[in-house]
Design a protein around this ligand. Structure first.
Ligand code: CAA
Length: 266
């Protein structure tokens, strides 16, 4: 893939577009990309900007610097919150992370160091986590006298099961890359540059039928939150919906004509 072509700087984030892939970089490296309310608000704005570009087929999310993806919600900003303000902070973060989780294109987290607390929660809201060999995950909130507030008690449990989620959350211990892969928290550990690997993966996704990828995401995410019978019914509905798209006509025609498909995302 060629170098990024367009770069937009936000106060705490960087957004670059490279062909069909949007690269979002959390950009507070001196604070290990800790998540302030302002950063989370900008993440929401970045999603608006990406949504306005129909050519984007996948998103890669990473952290600036070589130490952290994100070391959690910003502790300095949280320290003096009232109970009501803390609830609002958690609800806001949860809303933006939920938007990321159901975003119309897949989001790949390229975890290049610490992904702790809110950083781990952010990665878990993404579709696929790729971990560098130096990646370190964890939900250390209890060490600060609080619990995870951006979805960690729920998404970690769904990813790794209740037993492991309890052990990780109650101790607040660190989970290194190899363990994260073994327990299903990360899809895989990558040797070398994890952002390059994420871009390569995003490029492979971008080459497929965009409507189909989007509908597969919806089937997996919605199905995971419902019973098997309802999830199967949804899958059949969405499978049928594919047959109303030009991408399905093109994908199958291209196969039968022994040529590469040219998908339009329609
Ligand atoms: N919030 C604010 N600042 C943070 C931060 C955070 N979560 N994590 C790191 N920083 C800052 C440090 O204060 C430090 O700033 P200064 O240079 O100005 O002192 C800078 O980033 C570098 O950090 P360290 O000097 O601590 O670096 P280290 O290599 O010694 O340690 C670390 C790295 C183990 C990640 C350590 O920084 C750490 O433990 N961070 C906090 C992790 C954490 O507890 N996260 C959970 C937050 S709570 C949460 O996220 C709630 C929720 O679910 C919504």
């Amino acid at each position: 893939m060629s170098g990024a072509t367009t770069v937009h700087m936000y106060g705490n984030l960087k957004l670059a577009f490279d062909e069909g892939v949007a690269l979002v970089t959390l950009n507070r490296p001196k604070a290990l990309n800790a998540l302030t309310r302002g950063l989370v608000m900008e993440l929401n704005e970045v999603l608006d900007e990406i949504q306005e570009r129909p050519s984007v087929r996948a998103v890669v999310l990473t952290g600036a610097g070589n130490k952290a993806f994100a070391a959690g919600a910003d502790i300095g900003e949280m320290a003096e919150l009232s109970p009501a303000a803390a609830t609002r902070f958690a609800e806001y973060g949860q809303r933006v992370f939920a938007r990321l989780e159901s975003f119309h294109v897949p989001v790949i987290a390229a975890v290049n160091g610490f992904a702790l607390g809110g950083g781990c929660e952010l990665a878990m809201a993404c579709d696929i986590i790729l971990a560098s060999e130096t990646a370190v995950f964890g939900q250390p909130e209890v060490r600060l006298g609080v619990i995870p507030g951006f979805g960690g008690t729920q998404r970690l449990t769904r990813l790794v099961g209740r037993q492991r989620a309890r052990e990780i959350t109650y101790t607040g211990r660190r989970v290194k890359a190899a363990e994260a892969e073994r327990i299903g928290l990360a899809a895989r550990v990558v040797e070398g540059d994890v952002v390059d690997a994420a871009k390569e993966l995003a490029g492979k996704i971008a080459a497929n039928g965009p409507r189909a990828v989007s509908l597969a995401k919806r089937a997996i995410n919605t199905g995971a939150e419902t019973d098997l019978t309802s999830a199967m019914a949804l899958e059949a509905q969405l499978f049928g919906l594919c047959f109303s798209t030009r991408d399905q006509k093109e994908g199958m025609a291209a196969f039968l004509e022994k040529r590469p498909a040219k998908f339009e995302g329609k």
